[in-house]
Structure formats: structure tokens, C-alpha cells
Design a binder for this molecule. Sequence first.
Ligand SMILES: [Zn+2]
Length: 75
Amino acid sequence: METGSFPKCQKCGKGDLVPLSDFGSQGAPIHYKAWVCTRPDCGYNVKIRNGEIYLNEPVLSGELHTRTPRREYTP
Ligand SMILES: [Zn+2]
């Protein structure tokens, strides 16, 4: 997968949407479970849960870490 080709955030138009992965209860990776804007003051996010899409859910502390200044994510 190419890096640097993330879609632009449709809300602020400045940040990038980056995919986040999670791990299931069995330890199996769940790829691209959520997409979040890289701009902390935007906070736009899309999550997929049980096959349904959740738009702009409030971000629970500890669940997503892209609000920190560090830009660490696993493509
Ligand atoms: Zn944004």
C-alpha cells in the first residue's frame, strides 16, 4: 500500500484521514476499523463496528491516540 495517499478529510479539508487498526478479542487484527482526521481541532472520524458505519462519534479517551502530537499509526 502506498503511503502518503490518504484521503483528505471532508470536514476541514486540511487534515488527512488515516486508517486505524484494532485487535479483536481473539487477538486477530481488524484492519481499518476507524478513520480519523489528523487535525486535533477537527476530530472528524468514521468507525466501522459490526458492519455498521459510525460517523463522528465522540472519541473516547484511550481508544484513539491520534490526538497526541506524535503521529504514530500503522498503515
Ligand atoms: Zn478534519
